[in-house]
Design a protein around this ligand. Structure first.
Ligand code: NAD
Ligand code: DAU
Length: 339
């Protein structure tokens, strides 16, 4: 089986490539990635010289390179995206280009190359925001209501995927997933930012009062769900992927990190809130469990512990990023104004 993985040098994409190699050793893998600030070939060093793996540097919004990369592919899994909400508030244009136009270019190529399956990796954020005092959980039938430039661009891409299924009978599936954490996550998002700041002796910048609520999934569980959908999922269907534990506030998970690292709560620094900050995300994961017999392997405590351990044990990986001028510029732009 030949897989085209787009965005395979990023956080979830590189974890998925590791997952494929481990669970399908005969898989042939092509990784098409633009190597934006978030793409990192160090995540895939293990496959340098491995004949089963090919890396192509390129943009999913460029038809020529996409067509070359897709040649002979049986399956396409699209992870390539601009993925950070805060950056989408500063610079929405890149999100529209990659997440919307890039998806459309991939879909056109998938039709032309008659791929057996196109899988689109999306997010719970397209459904909007649940009130903090509500126990509601979204289902695959919930209406779309994106509220950030990031989630709006992801919503548009989901609609395009469904349009290509209905109009051109493209064999496509979609997953909308909760917040992932684990190895190789760029240290701009809450978990890696918090852990690495603590390891550097700094504080954790917490937006508002840390009251916002999320679900945290260990990235390997996301990978197992996508792999299962590629094998057993029904074309045209959307599947939610989320952990079994209840959603938790940012403050609660940050306290778990501090406890694991034996650090006091005065390492929390409350800063100004994110504009339009979604209060809560919560997914009902019954469909994928019922129809495909998927279940997450990791509890919340294991997920947090494994993530803390990875950043403790891989300081060279994240220090190189944090020492880069790109990262320093971003940190200054995002955080210096919030204090
Ligand atoms: P990431 O930012 O870590 O990685 C994105 C990758 O895409 C990078 O390697 C980057 O170089 C590449 N890329 C960006 N623009 C590109 C382009 N135009 N052409 C080719 N490659 C390009 O993102 P992630 O956290 O791994 O997210 C992967 C996917 O999963 C995204 O679609 C995201 O919306 C979705 N998702 C993420 C989470 C999460 O918690 N991180 C949760 C649910 C869904
Ligand atoms: O829900 C899935 C989404 O999860 C993915 O689609 C996105 O790609 C991914 O970035 C993530 O989005 P969030 O906005 O939920 O993740 P982030 O890590 O940026 O923030 C998590 C929560 O922590 C959110 O409520 C904002 C808050 N936060 C974040 C940062 C970076 C802080 O309080 N301080 C921070 O410095």
């Amino acid at each position: 089986m030949k897989y085209l993985i787009t965005g395979g040098a990023g956080f979830i994409g590189s974890n998925f490539i590791h997952y494929l190699v481990e669970h399908h050793p005969d898989a042939e893998i092509v990784n098409l990635d633009k190597l934006t600030y978030a793409g990192n070939l160090e995540n895939l060093k293990a496959y340098e010289g491995d004949l089963r793996y090919t890396f192509i540097k390129g943009d999913i919004a460029e038809p020529k390179v996409v067509n070359e990369a897709m040649n002979g592919a049986d399956v396409v899994v699209n992870f390539a995206a601009e993925s950070h909400v805060d950056r989408s508030i500063h610079e929405p244009a890149a999100f529209v280009r990659t997440n919307v136009l890039g998806t459309q270019v991939l879909l056109d190529a998938a039709l032309r190359h008659k791929v057996k399956r196109y899988h689109h990796v999306s997010t719970d954020e397209v459904y909007g925001s649940i009130a903090l005092n509500s126990d509601e959980k979204w289902t695959e039938q919930s209406p779309y209501n994106p509220r950030s430039p990031y989630s709006a661009s992801k919503a548009a891409s989901d609609h395009l995927v469904r349009a290509y299924f209905h109009t051109y009978s493209l064999s496509a599936t979609i997953t909308n997933c909760a917040n992932n954490i684990g190895p190789y996550m760029y240290p701009e998002k809450l978990f890696p930012l918090a852990i690495t700041n603590l390891l550097e002796g700094k504080k954790i910048p917490v937006y508002g009062q840390g009251q916002h609520v999320r679900e945290w999934l260990y990235v390997e569980d996301h990978c197992s769900a996508i792999d299962l959908i590629l094998q057993k999922g029904k074309p045209g269907e959307t599947y939610f992927v989320s952990p079994d534990n209840e959603p938790v506030s940012n403050l609660e998970v940050i306290k778990k990190i501090l406890k694991l690292m034996n650090l006091p709560e005065d390492r929390i620094e409350f800063v100004a809130d994110r504009p339009g900050h979604d209060e809560k995300y919560a997914l009902d994961n019954n469909k994928i469990k019922r129809e495909l017999d998927w279940k997450p392997k990791y509890s919340l405590d294991e997920t947090v512990r494994l993530t803390v351990e990875w950043y403790k044990n891989n300081q060279e990986w994240w220090k190189k990023i944090k020492d880069s001028q790109e990262y320093k510029n971003y940190y200054q732009k995002q955080y210096d104004v919030l204090k």
